[in-house]
Design a protein around this ligand. Structure first.
Ligand SMILES: [Zn+2]
Ligand SMILES: [Zn+2]
Length: 272
């Protein structure tokens, strides 16, 4: 079984890279791509664990980007994780997250809620800094009853302490992946509500694949995107998008699997 989409604790997955590879091996997965959100931090541990279990690891990433104003997730496969472009990008994101948090904390202070950056950092720990951490601080301080209230009153889109986040352009995401030797594939186009126009734009920018088989895709989505893949000469791929049962229930490793011939077609498009 070939599964080109999964997550570890390096982003929002439940399982460490070691646990993930053990689970994949026992589920009968022979080729697994580890594709954490905006990071390659889990790949070296995943590579060692994959060798131990006799699973072929595809070095991957899942980038959040925007195409024609809509959020799109773009998978990179067959990456060189040590590529300088990738580490530069990780640095940029870290700086952007910090800047955004500083601005949101400043807005909260002006609203009369004296939050400190250190409190948010403490709560975030090693995780990517984000609004949920600030929301939890507001709850701990007793200013909101729960994080939902924190978002509804202050942090949600358009609310008084909200600051828009960094937006990576879809074409730039594809370029970043290609420069690091990889192929770019549009993840779960069905759940992201991607239409022909957006796919055409990404195809022009060098998209190689379309994730037609995904845990959350229904048969009519599959049909729609198989046709679009054909129209734009994209390789149809499969991914469970496994995060672990506690994070995303009902998604199982290997349930979305693709034929070896298509996997080879995708690999052939890698620029490495
Ligand atoms: Zn995604
Ligand atoms: Zn994912």
């Amino acid at each position: 079984m070939i599964d080109l989409h999964s997550h570890t604790t390096a982003s929002d997955g439940q399982h460490s890279p070691e646990e993930l590879l053990a689970l994949a091996a026992s589920a009968g997965v022979t080729v697994l791509a580890v594709t954490d959100h905006d990071t390659v931090a889990g790949l070296s541990a995943a590579k060692a664990a994959a060798a131990h279990h006799g699973v072929e690891l595809v070095a991957g990433i899942e980038l959040s980007a925007f195409v024609l104003g809509k959020e799109a997730h773009i998978l990179g496969h067959f990456l060189r994780p040590e590529d300088p472009g990738i580490s530069q990008f990780a640095d940029t994101l870290r700086t952007e997250r910090e800047q955004r948090m500083k601005q949101m904390v400043e807005k909260m202070r002006k609203l009369g809620f004296p939050v400190r950056m250190e409190e948010v950092y403490t709560l975030a720990g090693s995780a990517h800094l984000g609004r949920p951490h600030l929301a939890r601080v507001l709850v701990e301080k007793g200013w909101c009853v729960d994080t939902k209230e924190a978002f509804d009153r202050f942090l949600g889109s358009g609310r008084p302490a909200w600051v828009d986040r960094y937006r990576l352009d879809g074409a730039d995401a594809i370029q970043l992946i290609r420069t690091a030797g990889g192929t770019a594939t549009l993840a779960h186009p069905g759940t992201s509500k991607m239409n022909r126009g957006e796919i055409a734009t990404l195809a022009k920018a060098g998209l190689a694949g379309l994730e037609v088989l995904h845990s959350d895709h229904n048969p009519s989505m599959r049909e729609k995107y198989v046709a679009l893949a054909q129209e734009f000469a994209l390789v149809t791929t499969a991914g469970s998008d496994f995060h672990g049962e506690k994070v995303a229930p009902g998604r199982h490793l290997g349930t979305a699997s693709m034929p070896p011939a298509l996997f080879q077609q995708l690999r052939a498009r890698a620029s490495a």
